[in-house]
Design a protein around this ligand. Structure first.
Ligand code: CO8
Length: 256
């Protein structure tokens, strides 16, 4: 069905694997179209509660496809609004975990940062090397990396184009966890299965609220969160979750 990705399902979790290993999973327009189409299809599937996005052992993704971009003019880029389609990926509310082995460079690192969090292998390498290509990051790298790891570190990464290893990425807050390379996908799947075991509506609300922290001033964010908290009372998931706790049993969330 897809040319550049493989999609499978394990229980309530979908696994999307980038499959252009010879090009180190460079993100060309087919990959973009397919990842977005797959994510949007998963979004509509009520049997799926979380997504794991991964690449190969050598590369999560080594960036946007340079051979596809190299000959373009500014008019071409503006006309196509190049990379704008990725906003559809970030709009999908199903939690997305990036499982990263090998290179996550340029657009690859940006795709990882578009996910809700990342689990990386000990050998993973991150970077925004666009400066070496004479351009700025185009898929949100300057914005998301700065929010995740702060201006000093983000500026240094963008201006030098150097790569950062997994231990440094963990310490900086670029990734949530680092595990042995061979355990990256299984750890991400485990985490995704746990998320998918909770009520979908609750998970989406929590995810949306955390995402708002990047956009809103503190007082507005806290007010927004409290309003959602109040409105969850009397819902079937709140009743079941709290009743189960008081009855000392596991909750059984019914999906409607
Ligand atoms: N695009 C296209 N092809 C790639 C890419 C890429 N980003 N990365 C690797 N490849 C290809 C190589 O050309 C090579 O192909 P071939 O075998 O046909 O020669 C194959 O993958 C294997 O790569 P290498 O032989 O180079 O493997 P090495 O192990 O020697 O090196 C590296 C691995 C270090 C990852 C190296 O391939 C590299 O530096 N790649 C490019 C990394 C990069 O610069 N990424 C950023 C791209 S730009 C971007 O993502 C955002 C652009 C923003 C533009 C804004 C426009 C609006």
């Amino acid at each position: 069905m897809y040319e550049t990705i493989e999609v499978s399902q394990e229980g309530r979790v979908a696994l999307i694997r980038l499959n252009r290993p010879k090009q180190l999973n460079a993100l060309n327009s087919t990959v973009a179209r397919e990842i977005i189409a797959a994510t949007e299809a998963i979004e509509k599937d009520h049997t799926i509660g979380a997504i794991v996005l991964t690449g190969s052992e050598r590369a999560f993704a080594a960036g946007a496809d340079i051979s596809e971009m190299a000959g373009k003019t500014a008019s071409d880029m503006i006309e196509a609004d190049f990379f704008a389609e990725w906003e559809r990926f970030t709009r999908c509310r199903t939690p997305k975990i990036a499982a990263v082995n090998g290179y996550a460079l340029g657009g690859g690192c940006e795709l990882m940062m578009m996910c809700d969090f990342a689990i990386a292998g000990e050998g993973a390498k991150f970077g925004q090397p666009e400066v070496k290509l004479g351009v700025v990051a185009g898929m949100g790298g300057t914005q998301r990396m700065t929010r995740l790891i702060g201006r000093a570190r983000s500026m240094e990464m963008h201006l030098t184009g150097r790569t950062m290893g997994a231990a440094e990425a963990l310490q900086a807050g670029l990734v949530a966890r680092v595990v042995p390379d061979a355990e990256v996908v299984s750890t991400a799947m485990e985490s995704a299965k746990l998320i998918a075991s909770y009520a979908r509506a609750t998970v989406r609300t929590i995810r949306d609220t955390v995402m708002r922290a990047e956009e809103l001033p503190l007082a507005e964010g806290v007010h927004y969160e409290r309003g959602l908290f109040h409105r969850m009372f009397g819902t079937q998931h709140q009743i079941e979750g709290m009743t189960a706790f008081l009855e000392k049993r596991a909750p059984r969330f019914q999906e409607g």
